[in-house]
Design a protein around this ligand. Structure first.
Ligand code: T5A
Ligand code: NA
Length: 219
């Protein structure tokens, strides 16, 4: 465009991490920062517990119901697919989209339970791919000390340890040759809330005026 800052679409930025790594706190701060800078931005969250599928997921996570491991995995993925069109239309209308958890959580948690990694990845193939994934990395023993830990199904230290290994594998695959333009940045989430916010801003700032490359599909 005339300013030379051509921006075909908004950036798709995903925040991932272990339970209690500070994703929601940081996503909210980032949204506020973008809005203060007059950048059109929107925040989404997965699981989106408000839809019919989301309500089933919510009940499962709060241990009010039980489901086969594969069935719940597919519901988490279906919950993303039911919002995939709104993700791409928001991006193409120029909105920067922040997403609190996405397909990487889907794979990491189910694979940590023992389901085959490739099987876990299959239902998320060809979802809109983030331009940037911020992985908030924190030692499970640090996360454990934070507010609210242990209230939901997966918030046990041994499970979180397995999940962390899976996230590391996903990060290597995403930033490796198969990842196209998709970037994976690991953030030390064991720091103060303000220090984490600054590290995140450094990674996000180059994308806030929009991106030119077409929206990719996962894997
Ligand atoms: N899941 C999810 C799957 O199995 N498959 C999937 O496909 C998906 C999408 C629910 C569960 O679902 C699983 C993963 C999860 O186990 P959720 O709804 O995102 O996922 O979980 P929540 O309970 O909402 O969020 P988390 O537990 O992950 O917490 P956050 O968002 O990481 O942390 P936040 O910001 O709420 O902070 C937690 C506490 O820590 C403090 C905060 O003030 C708060 O008290 N805190 C800090 N304290 C010190 N230093 C810092 N830097 C801090 N940052 C935050
Ligand atoms: Na959260």
């Amino acid at each position: 465009d005339q300013t030379g800052q051509s921006s075909n679409r908004g950036a798709f930025i995903v925040v991932e991490g272990l339970d209690r790594s500070g994703k929601s706190s940081q996503a909210a701060r980032l949204l506020e920062r973008l809005q203060t800078a007059n950048i059109p931005a929107k925040l989404m969250k997965f699981p989106d517990r408000t839809t019919a599928i989301g309500k089933t997921i919510d009940s499962y996570l709060r241990s009010e119901s039980d489901l086969d491991d594969r069935a719940i995995h597919l519901l988490f993925s279906a919950n993303r697919w039911e919002l995939a069109t709104s993700i791409s239309s928001a991006l193409h209308s120029g909105t920067t989209l922040l997403c609190d958890r996405y397909a990487f959580s889907g794979i990491a948690f189910s694979a940590a339970k023992g389901l085959p990694y490739d099987w876990c990845r299959a239902p998320d193939i060809s979802l809109p791919a983030p331009d940037l994934t911020l992985f908030l990395d924190v030692a499970p023993e640090v996360a454990r000390e934070r507010g609210g830990y242990g209230e939901e199904r997966y918030e046990k230290e041994e499970m979180q340890r397995q999940v962390r290994v899976m996230f590391q594998r996903l990060g290597e695959e995403t930033s490796g040759s198969g990842g196209g333009r998709q970037r994976w940045v690991t953030i030390d989430a064991g720091q103060s809330i303000q220090a984490v916010e600054e590290d995140i801003w450094r990674a996000v700032e180059p994308l806030v005026h929009g991106v030119d490359n077409p929206l990719e599909r996962l894997w």
